[in-house]
Design a protein around this ligand. Sequence first.
Ligand code: KG4
Ligand code: ZN
Length: 345
Amino acid sequence: MLGIETSCDETGVGIVRGHTLLADAVASSVDEHARFGGVVPEVASRAHLEAMVPTIERACDTAGIRLSDVDAIAVTSGPGLAGALMVGVAAAKALAIGVGKPIYGVNHLAAHVAVDQLEHGPLPEPCLAMLVSGGHSSLLRVTDVTGQDGGVDPLGATIDDAAGEAFDKVARLLGLPFPGGPHIDRAAREGDRVYVDFPRGLTSRRDLERHRFDFSFSGLKTAVARWVEARERSGEPVPVNDVAASFQEAVCDVLTRKAVDAAVSEGIEDILIGGGVAANSRLRAMAEERAAAKGIRVRIPRPGLCTDNGAMVAALGAEMVSRGRTPSALDLPADSSLPVTEVLV
Ligand code: KG4
Ligand code: ZN
């Protein structure tokens, strides 16, 4: 199964055989966006166009196969940036026609879940999946990762900024480069986690009544901005490491608290964390600790499989085949707002 991912700024082409990863080629346009402090959709689309063919060739070389050896093509149909998705979907259709093989248009979020099979074997179903990245923050009850019969059920999501977006915006406030997550992670290691008691969004008793499994990070981002401004006005230096550590603590506290609460309330014994923010060292440690206290297991793919890549799309495509799902029609769309419940388009 060859999988193509182009929903954001990574051109990913992965090749898998069942649960075995054969190749995972990724070309990122992140450096071209850095000076804008965020991903510029049109720049991303053009970068995908340039990277697509070389990345496909690189993946085939690594896997030691020719395109004609591929049994089927999988591609991210959505959600994501419309223009970026279109490049991947068009490439996948061309390949499917060229090699005369079926095509599976799949959901990016479910692919973040399915990828864990490449590292830790068959998915425990049901599992509670927490997806945290620059574009999404959601809690999902997964009983069937291919989405059959309501197999992917959203329990909650962010009502404003995504977790990774909060990391990126706060990094910018602190003068750290884009994307900010890894820089905050690093700075926080030298900082004091309780230096500032930043707000934990949607955790008050009143908020929990309506938003028990939802997230909100924009209030936290504003609180950090206010704190930094006040410190700058006072003429004292901003303790970057301490602010980074305190901010990171607030994000990880809310994410892990809600994930464990959701698993317990659903009677689920396995939590799976995916998306770029799953690479965060504090999130990994806190999730393990809090889940273990409730007898819950945590699975997190290695960081390279957490960020966007083609292997995750191939992994979900392979699952579609092994569960006998009908391939997509050749006119399958690129759908920027594809709902998480729609796993196969
Ligand atoms: O999954 P991903 O590669 O792309 C999206 O679909 O958004 O996630 C990228 C996001 C960025 O916001 C980045 O700052 C964040 O993941 N990220 C991290 C870390 N590594 C990447 N956030 C916190 N800690 C990290 N170590
Ligand atoms: Zn993603």
